[in-house]
Design a protein around this ligand. Structure first.
Ligand code: SAH
Ligand code: SF4
Length: 346
C-alpha cells in the first residue's frame, strides 16, 4: 500500500529522499509543492526530475478532497460540497462581508453530539477529518474568494460540521498549517474555533501557544436549560466551563465569544437575559445573539423580533458587549446548523 505523503513532515520527507541519494533541497521543493502550491499529483512537480517523480508516485499517494458541488446564495455566500478520498461528504462555506471574507470549515464528517437544534447533529459522526482535509477546505475557499470577489480570506471559523475539540490533534495541526509560511501564512488571530463546550479541550487549547479565538456555543443561561438542548452539558457543566474559559483568556488574552441562539419562549425571556448577564460577568466575553435557522423536525423556533430586541437591549444596558448576528446563506442551507449534506440530494 502506498503511504500518504501529506502525513509526512518536512523532516520525514527529507530523510526518505536523502536515503535515496537526493538532496535536502529536493525535499523542500516537494514539501512546497504539496503545501504552498497545492499539488495533488507528482507529475505536477515540474522542477523535479522525471525519475524522482516516478519514484515518489510508486511509494506515495495524495488523499485530497475534491470540490463536488458549488452553490451561491442570493446574499453572496458560497457553499462548497466536498468529497473526501473515501467518498464522504463535507461542506465549507465562504461568507463575504463588507470588511471581511470569512471561511467556515468542517472538522468532522457529521457530529457525535446531537444537540437538539442542529442539523449536523442529526447525522451520526462518521469519522474525524484529517488535518489536511480541513486545510484543503480553507485553500479551496480562499481560491473561491479570490476568483469571485478578488479578495483572499480574512477570517476562518471552525463552525462547519463537527465538534472541533473532539478532533483535537487534527484541528490544531490544521491551524498550524494555515499559520505556517509554507501554508497560507494567515495569523491565528484571525481564526476562531467554536465548541459546544469540551472542558478538557478548552484547557488544552489554551496551552498550545496559539493566539486563536474561542467561541462557546452557550445557547442557554443555566445548566437546567442547557442540559435540555445540549447533552454535552451534562458531563461538561457551566461551572466547569467557566474556569476553563478564564484559563483560556489568561493564556491568550483573547475574550471568549458566547454564541447564543434565541429560541422562542425557551431562552429569550428577561429572566434568561438577567441570568446570562450574571454569567457574562464571570468570563471576559462578547455575546453574539444568533437567529435560529429552521431545521426540519426540530421543536424549537426562532424568537420574535421584539423579544430579541428586548433581550439585546437588556445586555447592552448592563454593559455586556453584544451584537445581533444576521444569518447568511439560508436559501442554500449554508447558515449555521444547516450543514447536513442536503447537497447530496440535488
Ligand atoms: N460543534 C461546534 C461548531 C459547529 S456548530 C459548536 O457547536 O460550537 C456552529 C454554530 O452553529 C454553533 O454555535 C451551533 O450551536 C450553531 N447552530 C447549530 N444549529 C443552528 C441553527 N439551526 N441555527 C443557528 N445556529 C445553529
Ligand atoms: Fe455538533 Fe455543534 Fe451541531 Fe452540537 S451544534 S450537534 S456540537 S455541530
Amino acid at each position: 500500500m502506498k503511504a500518504n505523503i501529506r502525513n509526512l513532515s518536512l523532516d520525514e520527507i527529507s530523510q526518505i529522499l536523502i536515503a535515496q541519494g537526493e538532496s535536502k533541497f529536493r525535499a523542500k521543493q516537494v514539501y512546497e509543492w504539496i503545501w504552498q502550491k497545492s499539488a495533488t499529483d507528482f507529475s505536477d512537480m515540474t522542477n523535479l526530475s522525471k525519475d524522482l517523480r516516478d519514484k515518489l508516485s510508486e511509494g506515495f499517494e495524495f488523499k485530497e478532497i475534491s470540490e463536488h458541488m458549488i452553490q451561491k446564495s442570493s446574499d453572496g455566500t458560497i457553499k462548497i460540497g466536498f468529497k473526501t478520498f473515501d467518498n464522504r461528504d463535507i461542506e465549507g462555506v465562504m461568507i463575504p462581508m463588507e470588511e471581511r471574507m470569512t471561511a467556515c470549515v468542517s472538522s468532522q464528517v457529521g457530529c457525535s453530539l446531537a444537540c437538539a437544534f442542529c442539523a449536523t447533529g442529526f447525522l451520526k459522526r462518521e469519522r474525524n477529518l484529517d488535518f489536511y482535509e480541513i486545510y484543503d477546505q480553507v485553500v479551496s475557499l480562499n481560491k473561491m474568494a479570490l476568483a469571485e470577489y478578488g479578495k483572499p480570506l480574512s477570517n476562518i471559523v471552525y463552525m462547519g460540521m463537527g465538534e472541533p475539540l473532539l478532533n483535537y490533534e487534527n484541528v490544531v495541526r490544521s491551524i498550524r498549517m494555515i499559520n505556517s509560511p509554507i501554508g497560507l501564512q494567515m495569523s491565528a488571530k484571525r481564526i476562531t474555533v467554536s465548541t459546544s463546550g469540551i472542558v478538557r479541550g478548552i484547557k488544552k487549547l489554551a496551552d498550545e501557544g496559539l493566539n486563536i479565538n474561542l467561541a462557546l456555543s452557550l445557547h442557554a443561561p443555566n445548566n437546567e436549560k442547557r442540559n435540555e438542548i445540549m447533552d454535552i452539558n451534562n458531563s461538561n457543566p457551566i461551572e466547569e466551563l467557566i474556569p476553563a474559559m478564564n484559563y483560556f483568556f489568561e493564556k491568550t488574552g483573547n475574550r471568549i465569544t458566547f454564541e447564543y441562539i434565541l429560541f422562542d419562549k425557551f431562552n429569550d425571556t428577561m429572566q434568561d437575559a438577567r441570568e446570562l448577564a450574571v454569567l457574562c460577568k464571570k468570563v471576559p466575553c462578547f455575546v453574539n445573539l444568533i437567529e435560529y435557522n429552521k431545521v426540519e423536525g426540530v421543536e424549537y423556533s426562532k424568537s420574535k423580533n421584539e423579544n430579541r430586541d428586548a433581550f439585546f437591549h437588556y445586555l447592552r444596558e448592563n454593559g455586556i458587549p453584544s451584537v445581533v448576528r444576521r444569518s447568511r446563506g439560508k436559501d442554500i442551507d449554508a447558515a449555521c446548523g444547516q450543514l447536513a449534506n442536503k447537497i447530496k440530494d440535488l
